[in-house]
Design a protein around this ligand. Structure first.
Ligand code: XMP
Length: 396
């Protein structure tokens, strides 16, 4: 295991994309030899930059795959095809959502889902790569991916060797990860250097397992439909903030709320306010350990801006050890639990290792809630007030 590196501004400044490219092109050619390599791209910043780098090194000897897992956002498959084709990458789309749905059936635990996703992902990819005569897989894992996996916080879908997985035996390919020491800011600078279209390099990060990690608990077709629609609403509204949050998205869970007995949550919402627990669990970090805990929904008696409530979050989580997130109810509707809860998340950060929630104006949250609730299956809309730590950015 390598030494943990912490990104500091000086290190990002000192990064030289031209020199990095030269060194990595040589390394990729050495590693692949006379053979062929495969890369799986998601259209996200890291894998697109990595594909551009690998293509520069290998040209025709690179096979580029895009797995349509069924966990992409509305219109995303076409958008990603456009980004990758504009780079001249020889793209093959594999439509494999049924393989993923089958692998996830009956699984609601976040780690079990991530592991099932990873197994399916590399099995499908290994089959496709072998069919093209590739024995090397290149992938765009970056530093925060393996640092957090090594720290036991969560299984990133693209971290294998750092966990002791022998990829040659398990999936039939040798693995090369040219971006392993880089942080997001450096990857963005590399993107510009390699001519990766700015909308790709500026796109907010999207996790490898896609909407799966935002479909909290068991994945079903219906829940995914609700999530996809809510994602379009939330991304559309929050992108209008100037500047937009560093990352923003929607998540969905069953709306099975029940009154919370957390003393601090009750104190925080005041005598006229309410507090509930949701049944689903979400990921967080407590101390340096991964925590998998409850979410408290608060609805203060007085109308409050999210920014004014941040102080109570720490207190609630500190006092109620089972809680990893505090969510502010923003829909302002009466009504019983039932159907789905949509959770809006927007964060500010430099390196995604620590984040703060964006102080999104209440008015915008209200509009998001009313548009989201046009879907009659949604009965509750909340805004996540939790920093990382103690929460993570994603919910699983
Ligand atoms: P977390 O949830 O760990 O997220 O605080 C930090 C950043 O990483 C992204 N993320 C992922 N990216 N594969 C990825 O490629 C993953 O499995 C994954 N999980 C989280 C997340 O969107 C955020 O930007």
């Amino acid at each position: 295991m390598g030494v943990f590196k912490i990104s500091d501004p000086g290190e990002v400044e000192a990064f030289d994309p031209a020199r990095f490219t030269e060194e990595k092109v040589a390394e990729i050619r050495r590693f692949v030899g006379d053979g062929k390599a495969a890369i799986a791209t998601s259209g996200g910043v890291d894998s697109t930059v990595c594909a551009a780098l690998a293509h520069r090194a290998l040209g025709e000897r690179l096979a580029c795959f895009f797995l349509d897992t069924g966990f992409m956002r509305e219109g995303e498959v076409e958008e990603v095809k456009g980004i990758l084709t504009s780079l001249g990458l020889p793209l093959r789309v594999l439509s494999v959502s049924d393989r993923f749905m089958a692998a996830l059936k009956g699984k609601s635990d976040a780690e079990a889902k991530r592991i099932a996703f990873r197994e399916t992902f590399y099995t499908v990819l290994g089959e496709a790569a072998r069919a093209e005569g590739c024995d090397v897989l290149i992938q765009g894992t970056i530093a925060p991916d393996w640092i957090e996996t090594a720290g036991g916080i969560k299984t990133q879908h693209n971290v294998l060797e750092q966990l002791g997985v022998d990829t040659k035996t398990a999936f039939g390919f040798r693995l090369l990860e040219p971006l392993l020491d880089l942080y997001k800011d450096q990857v963005r600078r590399l993107a510009v250097h390699l001519g990766v279209r700015l909308d790709a390099s500026q796109r907010q990060p999207f996790p490898g397992p896609g909407l799966m990690v935002r479909c909290i608990g068991e994945v079903t077709e219906e829940k995914m439909e609700v999530l996809r629609r809510a994602t379009t609403v939330v991304e559309g509204e929050l992108s209008r903030l100037d500047p937009p949050p560093k990352q923003y998205f929607a998540a969905v869970a069953e709306d099975d709320r029940r009154e919370a007995d957390s003393r601090m949550a009750r104190a925080a919402v005041g005598p006229n306010g309410r507090a509930w627990y949701l049944g689903a669990r979400a990921t967080g970090v407590k101390g340096d350990e991964r925590a998998y805990g409850r979410m408290v929904v608060v609805e203060p008696g007085e109308q409050t801006e999210p920014a004014d409530l941040l102080g109570i979050v720490e207190k609630v989580i500190h006092e109620d050890w089972g809680v990893v997130r505090v969510l502010l109810r923003v829909d302002g509707r009466e009504g019983k639990a039932g159907g789905y809860a949509v959770i809006v998340r927007a964060v500010e950060t430099r390196d995604f290792m620590t984040v703060k929630p964006t102080p999104v104006p209440r008015e915008m949250l209200r509009r998001i809630a009313s548009r989201t609730m046009e879907d009659p299956r949604v009965g509750l809309v909340c805004y996540d007030l939790t920093s990382k730590p103690p929460a993570t950015v994603e919910f699983e």
